[in-house]
Every structure is written in structure tokens, then in C-alpha cells.
Ligand binder design. Structure first.
Ligand SMILES: CCC[C@@H]1NC[C@@H](O)[C@H](O)[C@H]1C(=O)O
Length: 599
């Protein structure tokens, strides 16, 4: 578990410098970097941008598909004034694992390619001088790591990723790197939790610090007016006539936390927070006590050139397009996204289902993508996998817990829940994660086509259900679409008569579509067919009141492994990979703008 997750800020007590740009880069297929002293500098290196995946910058297949160790390096200057402070290098994400060296010294290692970690370099840097940071990365997949897969070795000795998941194994320093200098006596975390009482909001807060001291907390509104203040490492702020954070009508306050020691201000941290409540009541998902119907997308962090590297330009475009369609939510399929994504969702009023990369926990998926056919939860990899799974859920919640946009936590995508051996795993997971979120938001996971109300053994665990269903594509396809509608209705009739009174959200449904392919009457892969499939789902959703959301798969076309089922990636996007609309985008704009928000 990472101790410090606070997003970097610059103020009177804290400094931050981004180390983004061109870094030295070198593959290490033979694993010689360690004993050839690469931590002290990379010989004959090339250059790769950070933040970005390294894969798409190459023109040869061996490099694009490279699996194994890879090294990055760059120089950075630490001012003399930093002496006596905490000096850290914060990596927002290195996929999938990393060892960090500074001036040739191993500082730390980290496992997990989609969450931040801080390397404490206080004792390793030269002050008022140049320093060298070297990152030893690795992108190999295994059944005891997230996301799950295999790494195979070809006859020519080259390693190849064999993902049990349907997105490309983009790798590298995928998000920003920050040089931080912080007070030794500092704020390390905070929590907020809002309840609404009549015409006031009660904001319970806690503040964690490295030393006991005097903590003061100030809440200011968008105009900068102080609306509440508190003293002490925990307490409750009362906000009269609060301006609530609403879905697609966001309002953010600024929370300022100050730490004083011996009468001196030693640290300060400020963040934007939204006052809102989230609850599930029967079949309803409630925000501020009002039912909300989720309209939106399963997404990916994926774009040409940067791969899975975070690109603020792409995210800004995606937020604009989601707003244009009338969407109000998305799922971070299938991993936690960059923190800037949640900040933009906070400001835009989008609801987010936040998901860890527990994807591929089903050998059938591996079979679908060329894997083996045995029970995933019966494997001898489960024990080490569970440790990493819980660790990454813990870090995701620690990182994202204060975002008003975060509605729920998705703990897995399409696991094999038809196997009795999954039950102890899920029982432990839901027990171990029950108290991680101070706001106690709902926890769930997505159910694939195989995992139905009659076959799944794990339906007692989620607080609401996420269904991934593909009649019209993987079965009942083409002219048989009407049978697909009948089969979907038959399944939902089972849910309706089951007595289960929890909401259902469709978290995946759709059809691969080649943009520009038109056919009248329709044919699979045409834009017309994608709209017909989505219209079928809309008819069904509108027939069952316990369906409380539709998040179509996917927002945009995205890169996957090569295969006979993929045409240079997955084409189920409503938008193309370069973010241009297919006919389905106009369909959803017309449907979602006409749907009331609260119903
Ligand atoms: C076979 C269930 C569908 C599957 N669900 C997980 C997503 O990551 C994939 O992209 C999606 C697809 O194949 O389009």
C-alpha cells in the first residue's frame, strides 16, 4: 500500500517540477542492464517521450511488440534550498512494474501499472547539483499479476505478451513524473464525507500528518468566500445552504488544510471537493437523494502515438464529445485512469465507475484470445494474485476517494463467477475492501455473458450489478438479432422475477463497426448495423425499470492484440480512434439528450 497518494500541488510549503519530455530509453531483452551497471547510466540509448507508451514510436515489429525489461533515464537538478526537506520522485504510472534508481542507488520497486508511487530520494540526491534517475521497467504478463495473461517465448527466443484481456499491452512511463520537495513535517492524506441535513451539509473530515500539530481546515466557495472552518485532525464542517455537486451540474469548493507546529505554518494542502451524497436504495442509484440513470460509456485510455500514455488534449476532446452525446457517466475500463481524468470529471459533473485491472480472471476469455481452457480460480496463482489485487484496490481507493465524480468501485471485469472456487476469493475480497472507502460507496464487478442469474455463484457480493451482454454481436448476430432481443428479454425476466432488488447497469453492449462502411439493408460491421443493435438494447432497457444505466462499449475504437476477431483493434467505438463520430454517436446524442436525468 502506498503511504502518500496526495496529488502534487505547488504552494508556500510545497514545490513540484514535472520531469516530462524526452527520456533516454533502452530495451534489455538479455537482462544485462543490472550487471552492466545501467542504473548508473544507459549506454547507446535512444529517446522516448514521457508520458507515453513506448510501443508506437517504433517502425519495427520486434520493438513494438517488445516484452521484458526496458530502461529509461534522465538527468534532473535538485536546488540547494531543498536540503532538509523531503525530496521525492512521484511516478503517476509505470506499466506494469518498475525499479527506481537515483545516482546509481536502488531506491524502491513498485508493482502495478496504473497507480502512482513516490520514491523517497532525500538521502540519494546531490543538492545544488545534477542527478540521474534510472527506471528499470517490465511489462511481462502473468496469471499472478494484474491484468492477467501469459508471457510466451517464440521459437526465435523473443518473448510475446499473451493477454487474457482485450486491450493492447501498451507499456512504459505512461503518466507524468514529478520532482517533489515537501516539508518533513507534513500532511500526508485527508478524507471528506458529506451528509445532508435539511438545508445544510455536514462535511466530516480527517487529516493525516507525519507529526502531531495544529491542523486547521477552511472551506471556501467558488467565489473564495469562507463558508466553514474547523480545527483538529478530524471534525465536521457545517455548510449552510450548500451548493451541491450535481450530475452534469458540478459545483466545487476549495478545501485548505494547514498544519502548524510550534506556532509556525509548516505545511499546507488544498484540493477541490464537491458536496454530494451517493446511495443505493432498492433498484435506484441516488445522488443527493435523487435517482439517477447512467448514460455513457466504457472507455479506454488509448490514442494514436501515445498509446496508453496520458494526453490532456485527448482527455479534453473526450470530455467534450461525451458532453455532446448527452452522457453523464463512464467506467474506467479496465484500470484506474490518470488523476487528471477524475479532476475533469469532477468539474464536468460526470459520474465515474472506477475499476482496477482485475481483468482476464477467466480462462474462457483466454481461450477467446487464444489462451487455455481451465478454471482460473482453481489455479495455483490465486494466492499471490489476491495480494496484488487487494493492494491495487486499496491504492485506487486511497488515490480517488475524495473525487465527487467517483460513484462506485468496480473490483473486477468479467471474472469467472461460474466456478464454485471463485466464492472464497470474492468473499475475502468483499470483506477486505468493505471499510477502505470512508464514503462507503458501492462495490461491484462486471458479469460477462456466461455469468447469469442462474449460473453465477457470486451474486450475493455486489451492491449493484454491471452486465456485459452482446446479443447481436458474439451471438444472435446479423439477421438473428430479433432472437437476441428475445433472449435478452428472457434473461431480464428472470432477474425481474428473482426478487433481487438491486439496480442493474449495462456496462457493456455493442457491435464492431468499420467507420464509413454503409449498407442498406444493413450488414454486420456497417454503421447501420451498429445503430440497429444499439436501438435493440434501448428498447429492452426502456422495458425494465430496474435497469438504471447504459454504458455502451466503447466510447472510441481502441488498440488490441492482432487477431482474426480484430481489425487493427476493437472497432466497437461510437467514435473512431481519432475521435470522429460514427452514426451511433448521433443516435445516442438524440436518445440521451431526450432522456431526463432523474427518472
Ligand atoms: C467477450 C465480452 C466482450 C468484451 N468484454 C471486455 C472488453 O474489454 C472487450 O473489449 C469486449 C469485446 O470483446 O469487445
Amino acid at each position: 500500500m502506498e503511504k502518500e497518494m496526495l496529488y502534487p500541488v505547488i504552494n508556500a510549503c510545497r514545490t513540484e517540477q514535472k520531469l516530462d519530455g524526452m527520456w533516454q530509453f533502452k530495451f534489455d531483452a538479455l537482462g544485462v542492464g543490472g550487471h552492466e551497471h545501467w542504473p548508473a547510466g544507459l549506454p547507446q540509448a535512444q529517446e522516448i517521450p514521457v508520458p507515453a507508451s513506448f510501443n508506437d514510436f517504433f517502425t519495427d515489429k520486434d520493438s513494438r511488440e517488445y516484452t521484458g525489461d526496458f530502461w529509461y533515464a534522465r538527468h534532473f537538478f535538485v536546488p540547494a534550498a531543498a536540503q532538509g526537506r523531503f525530496v521525492g520522485l512521484r511516478f503517476d504510472a509505470v506499466t506494469h512494474r518498475a525499479a527506481i534508481y537515483v545516482n546509481g542507488q536502488l531506491i524502491r520497486r513498485h508493482e502495478g501499472g496504473f497507480l502512482p508511487f513516490v520514491a523517497d530520494v532525500t538521502a540519494a540526491v546531490h543538492y545544488g547539483a545534477d542527478n540521474l534517475v534510472v527506471v528499470q521497467g517490465n511489462n511481462e504478463l502473468s496469471r499472478e499479476a494484474l491484468p492477467a495473461g501469459d508471457t510466451v517465448t517464440l521459437k526465435n527466443g523473443k518473448k510475446m505478451a499473451r493477454p487474457f484481456f482485450d486491450f493492447y499491452n501498451y507499456s512504459g512511463i505512461n503518466r507524468s513524473v514529478h520532482l517533489l520537495t515537501l516539508p518533513q513535517q507534513r500532511i500526508t492524506d485527508y478524507t471528506v464525507n458529506t451528509t445532508l441535513t435539511g438545508d445544510a451539509a455536514q462535511v466530516a473530515y480527517t487529516v493525516a500528518t507525519t507529526v502531531p500539530g495544529t491542523v486547521t481546515v477552511t472551506l471556501t466557495d467558488a467565489a473564495g468566500t469562507v463558508v466553514a472552518q474547523g480545527e483538529g485532525a478530524e471534525g465536521t464542517l457545517t455548510v449552510a445552504q450548500p451548493h451541491l455537486w450535481q450530475v452534469r451540474a458540478a459545483y466545487l469548493y476549495t478545501l485548505t488544510i494547514q498544519l502548524q507546529a510550534a506556532g509556525q505554518l509548516v505545511d499546507e494542502y488544498q484540493d477541490s471537493i464537491g458536496l454530494r451524497t451517493i446511495a443505493i436504495r432498492g433498484h435506484q442509484i441516488l445522488v443527493n437523494g435523487q435517482p439517477v440513470y447512467l448514460k455513457g460509456f466504457g472507455r479506454h485510455e488509448d490514442s494514436p502515438f501515445a498509446g496508453r500514455g496520458f494526453d490532456q488534449n485527448v482527455e479534453a476532446k473526450d470530455v467534450a464529445l461525451m458532453a455532446w452525446t448527452g452522457a453523464n457517466s463512464f467506467r474506467t475500463a479496465h484500470y484506474p485512469y490518470a488523476e487528471e481524468v477524475y479532476q475533469m470529471a469532477d468539474r464536468a459533473g460526470f459520474l465515474v465507475i472506477d475499476e482496477v485491472p482485475a481483468v482476464g480472471f477467466k480462462m474462457a476469455a483466454a481461450s477467446f484470445l487464444g489462451g487455455l481452457d481451465q478454471s482460473f480460480f482453481g489455479g495455483d496463482w490465486i494466492k499471490p494474485l489476491y495480494t496484488k489485487h487487494l493492494d491495487q484496490i486499496t491504492d485506487m481507493i486511497r488515490r480517488d476517494k475524495n473525487h465527487p465524480a467517483v460513484l462506485a468501485w468496480s473490483l473486477l471485469n468479467e471474472p469467472d463467477t461460474c466456478d464454485d472456487r471463485s466464492v472464497p476469493y470474492f468473499k475475502q475480497l468483499f470483506a477486505d475492501t468493505a471499510a477502505l472507502d470512508p464514503q462507503r460507496r458501492p462495490r461491484t464487478f462486471t458479469l460477462s455473458e456466461d455469468d447469469t442469474i442462474t449460473t453465477s455463484k457470486d451474486l450475493q457480493f455486489p451492491d449493484f450489478y454491471l452486465l456485459n451482454r452482446y446479443p447481436g454481436w458474439y451471438h444472435y448476430a446479423g439477421y438473428a438479432l430479433s432472437d437476441g432481443e428475445a433472449a435478452l428479454r428472457a434473461e431480464l425476466d428472470q432477474w425481474a422475477s428473482s426478487g433481487i432488488d438491486k439496480p442493474i447497469v449495462f456496462s457493456e453492449f455493442g457491435a464492431d463497426t468499420e467507420a464509413g462502411l454503409h449498407k442498406l439493408p444493413s450488414v454486420m460491421w456497417s454503421e447501420e448495423y451498429q445503430v440497429e443493435v444499439l436501438q435493440m438494447f434501448s428498447r429492452v432497457f426502456d422495458s425494465y425499470p430496474f435497469i438504471r444505466g447504459e454504458q455502451v462499449w466503447n466510447f472510441a475504437d481502441f488498440q488490441t492484440v492482432e487477431g482474426t476477431m480484430r481489425v487493427n483493434g476493437n472497432k466497437k467505438g461510437i467514435f473512431t480512434r481519432d475521435r470522429q463520430p460514427k452514426a451511433a454517436a448521433f443516435y445516442y446524442r438524440q436518445r440521451w439528450l431526450a432522456l431526463p436525468l432523474n427518472f
